[in-house]
Design a protein around this ligand. Structure first.
Ligand code: A2P
Length: 315
């Protein structure tokens, strides 16, 4: 399983542990279990509301000394209410404090959408800042300063379309190192994948298993279940692996990072062991045919036209 390589020589093992939706009371053990099972990559975000507990796990594991901080790649994300340049460093420092770390391997702008500083979850258009009030290029410059200060080894974005990446690059002259977006066989995003490969932007895929544990309010009607797709099941039984392992391997073998979430120790292990699978040409051909541009995370919840957020994914 190939690692993702960064310009400064750093490498990221593609399969990481996702922590979105991991509940307090469960996430600490999940992270400990992942690190003890050999995970080298943990994905976090301030808005997941569980960084303090993840910090307890890091502290416990790293203070034992067998697993070293520098051998683990830790990502977190800037929430939408901290896009104003003066709010970026304090937000990151809060995350560092919660995670009990003194640097992050990767810090991402979570969404190309800005809220007012005191708003966690907007209730109406008045809770947003327009792109003119909080230009993403200014947020990016503040992110770059975090990298210069050594607080973040790498910086990037999340939920950015090709168009938004192009705008950011045109406005700042800088290329984000990572874009974290939803990716799986039903949403392969081949155009974005190609564009990012050409630009040297790595991709991380979220919701690789379809995020079936989202709250009902976030779900659409009749969501497809990827575990039940005939092609996925056929390939799983052919290789004697689970459907989840097929989905995870598809991402990693494609050259992207992938962050399946689990709080179950058995499934946490199973997901990392997907690295051992080798999908063949026929498998990849069958999986390629599953693309239906289906998004589990529609982004519609942040679309407020009068505030300048018309079409999050520009499609
Ligand atoms: P659990 O945490 O109980 O293991 P995603 O990564 O796309 O957000 O999906 C997360 C969902 O997939 C959670 O409900 C998680 O449940 C479940 N899940 C994680 N790993 C597996 C697996 N190997 N097999 C089946 N379900 C899994």
């Amino acid at each position: 399983m190939k690692s993702l390589k960064f310009k400064n020589g750093d490498e990221l093992f593609p399969i990481g542990l996702g922590t979105w939706k991991s509940k307090p009371g469960e996430v600490k053990n999940a992270v400990i279990s992942a690190l003890e099972s050999g995970y080298k990559h943990i994905d976090c975000a301030a808005i997941y509301g569980n960084e303090k507990e993840i910090g307890e796990a890091f502290n416990e594991v790293f203070s034992k000394g067998e697993i070293k901080r520098e051998d683990v790649w830790i990502t977190s994300k800037l929430w939408n209410n901290a896009h104003l340049p003066q709010d970026v460093e304090p937000a990151m420092k809060q995350t560092l404090n919660d995670l009990q770390l003194d640097y992050l391997d990767l810090y991402l702008i979570h969404w190309p959408v800005a809220f007012k500083p005191d708003v966690q979850s907007p209730e109406g258009p008045e809770d947003y800042l327009t792109p003119q009030e909080a230009p993403i290029s200014e947020t990016w410059k503040a992110m770059s300063q975090l990298k210069e200060k050594g607080l973040a080894k790498h910086i990037g974005v999340s939920n950015f379309s090709k168009q938004k990446l192009e705008e950011l690059i045109a406005n700042t002259g800088e290329i984000p190192e990572m874009n974290q977006v939803e990716l799986h066989p039903l949403l392969q995003q081949n155009d974005l994948f190609e564009y990012c490969s050409k630009q040297g932007i790595h991709l991380t895929g979220y919701s690789p298993l379809g995020s079936g544990d989202r709250s009902d309010g976030m779900k659409q009607e009749n969501e497809p279940n990827m575990f039940e797709k005939t092609a996925v099941q056929k390939i799983a039984s052919k290789h004697n692996v689970s459907p989840a392992q097929v989905l995870i391997n598809w991402s990693a073998q494609r050259g992207t990072a992938v962050i399946p979430k689990s709080t179950n120790p058995g499934r946490i292990k199973e997901n990392l062991e997907a690295a051992r699978l080798q999908l063949d040409k026929d498998d990849l051909k069958d999986l390629a045919q599953l693309d239906e541009h289906y998004r589990y995370v529609t982004g519609k919840f942040f679309e407020v036209e009068e505030k300048g957020y018309k079409n999050i994914y520009d499609e």
